[in-house]
Design a protein. Structure first.
Length: 71
C-alpha cells in the first residue's frame, strides 16, 4: 500500500553531534514516531507554538480511543 503524501515540504540539512544521536533516536522510538525526522518536526513545531503536522503524529495519537459499552 503506498504511503500517504506528507504534502509540500522543504528540506534542510541537519547535522547533530554524534553523541546526541542516540538520545533523539530513542526519544522518537519511545514516542512512537516512524522516524527521527517526524519527531524533530513535531518538537520544532511545539517549541515555536505551531500546530504539529498530522503526518508527524504516531499512529496511537491519530486513532480515537474506543471505550467498552456496558459490562
Amino acid at each position: 500500500m503506498p504511503r500517504a503524501s506528507k504534502g509540500e515540504r522543504r528540506q534542510i540539512p541537519l547535522r547533530i553531534p554524534a553523541e546526541q544521536f542516540e538520545v533523539y533516536r530513542q526519544a522518537a522510538a519511545d514516542g512512537g514516531y516512524s522516524s527521527i525526522n517526524d519527531y524533530l518536526v513535531a518538537q520544532l513545531a511545539a517549541v515555536h507554538q505551531l500546530p504539529e503536522p498530522a503526518w508527524t503524529r504516531p499512529a496511537d495519537h491519530t486513532r480515537q480511543m474506543e471505550l467498552p459499552l456496558g459490562a
